[in-house]
Design a protein around this ligand. Structure first.
Ligand code: BEZ
Length: 256
């Protein structure tokens, strides 16, 4: 099931691409390089990379996102694909890319070693992996408030299974080394992230926790969000602004 709405994403969550500029600097694309953007969403960062003269391929497992990316940037190459499936598309993704880039995606990839093996395989010798995503304790206040509110409101329902992977630097760089990458850079930092408008937290939950809450009906979802807002208001709402408690890791690794 594709829970991603490309319209909602572009209208209310464009901060995801805007905040990707730091990791774009780390990537520092060069003229003519072949670069794979994993989890390209609606294509905004792929377009930036293209403007810097590189040859970009964007992949995303959401067909909705890829459709919108292709509508917005018809001159670029996009493909709907899950990172785990990159080996079945054989030669196109073997020893091919100068760089693999990913922003705000790999926390959705819950079999990280399998994904890293695919990404490693897609790089040619000397190629680099440059990624940023949610690290240890990412959105911890929001996650705890959702879990607690859910248990209080719906005590007889099944437990909520979070769909995310938020590793520490130690854990992720070890996996990178296990698949053969040489780690040259790693950084962990907090990044409180403004969510637009009075409904900023609600919109965030409806966009990013949609899959986890899909079994609730609309009234139950509204009830849950109201409770979560009450719990988080003292911590994450300041000067009429919601701020998500984001924590990021950025890493770079090379294929020998
Ligand atoms: C993030 O970008 O940190 C994130 C996005 C959606 C769900 C969880 C975390």
């Amino acid at each position: 099931m594709d829970f991603w709405s490309s319209n909602l994403y572009d209208e209310r969550h464009s901060f995801v691409s805007n905040l990707g500029e730091g990791v774009l600097c780390l990537l520092s694309p060069k003229e003519g390089e072949r670069i794979l953007d994993v989890g390209c969403g609606t294509g905004d960062l792929a377009n930036e990379i293209d403007k810097m003269g590189a040859n970009i391929t964007g992949v995303d497992r959401s067909a909705n996102m890829i459709q919108e990316a292709q509508n917005k940037y018809s001159n670029l190459h996009f493909q709907a694909m899950d990172v785990y499936d990159m080996d079945v598309y054989d030669m196109e993704f073997h020893n091919e890319f100068d760089a693999v880039f990913s922003n705000a995606t790999l926390h959705w990839v819950t079999k990280p070693k399998q994904a890293l093996e695919r990404l490693y395989q897609s790089l040619h010798s000397g190629g680099r992996l440059v990624v940023e995503f949610g690290g240890k304790d990412n959105v911890l206040y929001i996650r705890q408030a959702i879990q607690e509110s859910y248990h209080q409101l719906f005590p007889t329902y099944d437990q909520l299974e979070e769909p995310w992977y938020f590793p520490s630097i130690g854990e992720y760089t070890s996996l990178m080394e296990e698949v053969g990458l040489t780690v040259s850079y790693a950084r962990y930092f907090t990044r409180p992230t403004p969510l637009d408008g009075e409904d900023g937290l609600k919109n965030w939950i409806f966009m990013f926790a949609a899959g986890m809450l899909a079994h609730l009906n609309d009234a139950e979802k509204e009830q849950l969000v109201k409770r979560v807002e009450q719990v988080l208001k003292p911590t994450l709402y300041k000067d009429q602004q919601w701020n998500a408690d984001y924590c990021r890791i950025q890493v770079i690794g090379y294929k020998k």
